[in-house]
Ligand binder design. Structure first.
Ligand SMILES: [Zn+2]
Length: 210
């Protein structure tokens, strides 16, 4: 598995470029910004981007998706419960003092138990509402790797005070779905350092059993 993680934009969203070493097919997850840098990684590995997956419709995760689509022709996928948030990108841009990226066209929704592929690589979609209603994580079972979006961070969890957020839902998503994964699973959060499920199960103050 080729896996490059590039922090993009002012909020340093972790954008992942994931490619199959044999077929050179690739997925890009959360191309929030800095699309020239993302494309440089795609070219460095001689990859063909087939799909663009958005973990949730916050501007720092989706802002560069249309620019990446224009260059690669890849389709953009997002859970349908975040379509309403996607229509508010202009409002989100004004909160952060960023430029409005304009309309983002979604090819289809990704939901619980769907799978996403790049060549022989397979990821299971886990619907994890809480940070937003349509938040998803991508789990690569063969590689024991989780792309967590803003649901889980090293030592913390996603904020739930923005529109569509729910503390009760994110806690349920984490306990019922995310912590069901094996301890050795490497977690790539939407921002900041990598961690593992075991580490978070052991020490994340939001997750340890009281
Ligand atoms: Zn977010």
């Amino acid at each position: 598995m080729i896996h490059e993680i590039l922090p993009v934009g002012p909020l340093q969203c972790n954008c992942s470029v994931i490619g199959d070493e044999t077929t050179r097919e690739a997925l890009v997850i959360d191309p929030g910004d800095d699309i020239e840098d993302v494309l440089a990684l795609v070219r460095k590995h001689n990859l063909q981007v087939k799909q663009i997956v958005i973990t949730h419709a916050h501007i720092d995760h989706v802002g560069g998706a249309m620019k990446l689509r224009a260059t690669t022709g890849a389709s953009i996928l997002l859970n349908q419960n975040d379509y309403a948030l996607l229509k508010m990108l202009d409002v989100q841009a004004s909160w952060l003092g960023m430029a409005d990226p304009g309309r983002v066209e979604i090819e289809s929704s990704l939901g619980q138990a769907d799978t996403v592929r790049a060549g022989t690589l397979v990821a299971d979609v886990i619907h994890t509402p809480g940070h937003t209603e349509g938040s998803i994580c991508l789990y690569f079972p063969a590689e024991r790797k989780l792309i967590a979006g803003d649901t889980l961070f090293a030592g913390s969890i996603g904020r739930t005070d923005l529109p569509g957020g729910s503390f009760d839902k994110i806690i349920s998503s984490l306990h019922e779905k995310v912590l069901a994964l094996p301890d050795e699973t490497v977690v790539v959060p939407g921002h900041g350092a990598l961690t593992t499920i075991g580490e978070e199960r052991e020490s994340n103050p939001f997750l340890v059993k009281r």
